[in-house]
Design a binder for this molecule. Sequence first.
Ligand SMILES: [Zn+2]
Length: 93
Amino acid sequence: MLTILKLLFNLFNPRKKENQILVKVLTEDAESDYLDFLNQDSSCSCHINPPCYICTHPGNPLGLIESDYDFELVNVEESNNRIKYDDLIRSIK
Ligand SMILES: [Zn+2]
């Protein structure tokens, strides 16, 4: 019961919201696509048959960072175990 009250309080307390630090992280679906991409053994074969499976893979970070719906905003406290937008940017540089 107390938890529900706290939740409602936070929901309707605009001052609390202003102080929240939000982090852009992959949604759970996009994260599993990305982890699947990392497990691929093959590399780009566009020189043989473009566009190749690797370049069109839904978890390819080059495609993910262009997408809006593959990300969500969470509180910084909840972002610890999530894959962040900044992590993807760093991985492709
Ligand atoms: Zn390719």
